[in-house]
Every structure is written in structure tokens, then in C-alpha cells.
Design a protein around this ligand. Sequence first.
Ligand code: NI
Length: 257
Amino acid sequence: MIFDTHCHLNDPEIYKDIELHIEEAAKVGVKSFLVIGYDKESSLLAVKIAHKYPNCYAAIGFHPTEIFDLSEKDYDEVMALAKDPKVKAIGEIGLDYHWIKDPLQREIQKEYFIRQIEFANYVGLPISIHNRESTEDCLAILKEYPPVKGGIMHCYSGSIETMKELLKLGMYISLGGPVTFTNAKTPKEVAETCPLDRLLVETDCPYLAPHPLRGTVNYPKNIALVVDEITRLREESRKHIEEATYQNARRLLNIDE
Ligand code: NI
């Protein structure tokens, strides 16, 4: 049993054959999905998918590159979805200094990141974090505005030191395709050393296809390759890894059905 804690079944590339992809993923053991929104349209669709498929849950929010032309009306409309019982997290939210270099725009990213953390705390939901080349600021914000219900470091690619800081703040470490890349030294070290009760797995489909499919469209079933690699690195049984990461996701996302 596997819980894909970061997938975009709401992406047009996946959504057009969503039933096929859910079925194929079930064949490799995927039991649940957290479908992640990144703007208004994708958040609305994540909730729609979560209503249609019992094993899908939704995260709603605004990705750090999707906030610049955002109206208050659209922001409010998305955040109102937090009341829906199938919405289990606010995300993906965070900072992206890879795509955004302008200091003023980075300030706007910080404002929306903080605003969405405070909203998650207000409604009692965990957060799903996108952090790219912005670890120092991300960590500083999390320390100043701790996520009350914890959260997920989506596709974690940082150091062991940073991981320890994040664990102290109640964050869970989610690993995806990059842990399988042959040159991925740090993600492999993280996979080996992260406490098993804080580890999660994800695809980020349609992005970040694992080795040897790197560079192709990533499909939900490919999570098997991520779990295989973590199993190999940790020298524990696959069943044990699956069971632990599955229960971690349910605990963090407050899912008990
Ligand atoms: Ni994503």
C-alpha cells in the first residue's frame, strides 16, 4: 500500500486518462493520492477529483509562481474550499527562486507563503511546501510562522542538516523521482537517514519521472520505482517502507476512513 502525497492528477496530461492512471497505479500498490492544486483552476479540479474518486484527497493553494496576477476574489474563492471534508492540506505553497530572480517579486512570494501558512493554521490543516533554491528564506519563515498541523516538504532536495531543522518544526520529508537519479547523492543520503516515521513518497506527476524514465511524462504508476530505490537504500523490507509511509500520510493528513 502506497500513498502518493504529491501528484497532479489535475494536470491536463494526466487528467485526460485519469481512470486509466488510477487503475495502473493501483496495480503497483497505490492506494491513495493527494492531488495538489497550484492555482485557482487546478485547486477547483483537485477538489472535483477528490469528490469523484474515494481514494483521492485534495490540497488547495497558490504555487509561488502563480501569485503575481492573483485577485483577492480568486484567492478567497480557493481558500473557501478548505471547508470541504476532502481537502486535507493547503498547498502547494512556498518559494521559488529558480524561476523568480526579481527581489520585489520574491518579497511577494514571501507574503503569500506566510499568508497561506497562517490560513492553514487558522483552518487547522497541514501545508505542502514547494521550495526551490530558497531554503534559507523558507526555513526562516517556517521558524517565524510554524505550521501548527505540520506539513510536507514536497520533493525534498536539501541537506541532512536542513532536514533536521525541518523535522523539529513538525515537517515530513517527501521523496520522489530525484531519489532514483544516478547522480543524486544528497537525496539518497536523506532516504537513508530520515526517521521512518517522517518519510513520505510522491510522484509529482507529470513532472520528475524517476530513473530510467527521466525526462519523459511521469505517470502515477512510476512511484513503484521510487519505493524500490528507498527500499534498496534503507535495506528494509518493501512492505515495511510502504506501510510506514502510508500510515505517516494518513496521520499527517488526518485521514481515518
Ligand atoms: Ni507539484
